[in-house]
Design a protein around this ligand. Structure first.
Ligand SMILES: NC(=O)c1ccc[n+]([C@@H]2O[C@H](COP(=O)([O-])OP(=O)(O)OC[C@H]3O[C@@H](n4cnc5c(N)ncnc54)[C@H](O)[C@@H]3O)[C@@H](O)[C@H]2O)c1
Length: 255
């Protein structure tokens, strides 16, 4: 049986770790050829090597436009097309509004929002260049839908991703490009980012138990919970979805 994204070419940012790594592995498993990218070059090479012939690695810092220009061109030249871009790379700084510095605010927005802006812009260029009916998938967060007192820059950047996504979706639809753009909003998922968050009090197990209690389903998510959402949006099964926000949060924002 053919995979759900058979024949497609996908580029994933932040693919050396966590959700990006899981999404890349899922897309390979379902038949795509995948360009894994990260600013952590050694890490992303190791992950790509573990995924076999359909995966290749590129160094890409999402905040740097020359990186985007070069990598998108090289991916199209290598694989012959570009169908899916997963703007996943992201960072968090856990400090409230009174202690967060302007430098930290700018850094979080540079990666989480500027990076997604550049990713959308160059995704459209690469997809149009290769004549693809593309799908852009922007990883936002539940923190882009509701506020968290200790994450002002993260919330602001992830909320920006939500409406940037809708703007890109409408632009592509009105132009008749056949390119879709949707955002995904995960709750806490087991990745190094959540390990860091859970460790803030000095006791990671207690920290994770506290995070799990914030989720009505009572557990922190697994990376594949989000990878399946990415797979759906990457596949033609979601061909009527654009400008949507896919919330994968165990009920967190239903309250
Ligand atoms: N884990 C969660 O609970 C959770 C929840 C909601 C949203 N998210 C979002 O999911 C995405 C992935 O998070 P994760 O939990 O896998 O984090 P992670 O820290 O495990 O992985 C993030 C990856 O992004 C890379 N990265 C960071 N800055 C980069 C840059 N400038 N250019 C290129 N790569 C860069 C890192 O090297 C790393 O490999 C992020 O956007 C995050 O905000 C995560």
């Amino acid at each position: 049986m053919a995979g759900r994204v058979e024949g497609k070419v996908a580029l994933v940012t932040g693919a050396a770790s966590g959700l990006g790594k899981a999404a890349a592995a899922m897309l390979v498993r379902e038949g795509a050829r995948v360009a894994l990218t990260d600013r952590n070059e050694a890490g992303v090479r190791e992950v790509a090597a573990s995924l076999g012939e359909s995966a290749r690695a590129w160094a890409l810092d999402v905040t740097k436009e020359p990186d985007w220009a070069r990598v998108v061109d090289e991916v199209v030249a290598t694989f012959g097309r570009l169908d899916v871009v997963v703007n996943n790379a992201g960072i968090g700084v856990s400090k409230d509004i009174e202690s967060l510095s302007l430098e930290e605010w700018r850094l979080v927005h540079a990666v989480n929002l500027d990076g997604v802006f550049l990713g959308c812009k160059h995704a459209i260029r690469g997809m149009r260049q290769s004549g693809a009916k593309g799908s852009i998938i922007n990883i936002s967060s539940v923190a882009g839908l509701v506020g968290v007192d200790t994450l002002p820059a993260y919330c602001s950047s992830k909320a920006g991703v939500r409406l940037l996504t809708k703007s890109v979706a409408l632009h592509c639809a009105r132009k008749g490009y056949g390119i879709r753009c949707n955002s995904v909003h995960p709750t806490f998922i087991e990745t190094p980012m959540v390990d860091d968050l859970a460790s803030l009090t000095g006791d990671m197990a207690a920290g994770k138990a506290r995070l799990a209690r914030m989720i009505p389903l009572g557990r922190i998510g697994e990376p594949d919970d989000i990878a399946y959402a990415v797979l759906y949006l990457a596949s033609d099964e979601s061909k009527l979805m654009t400008g949507s926000e896919l919330v994968v949060d165990g009920g967190t924002t239903a309250m």
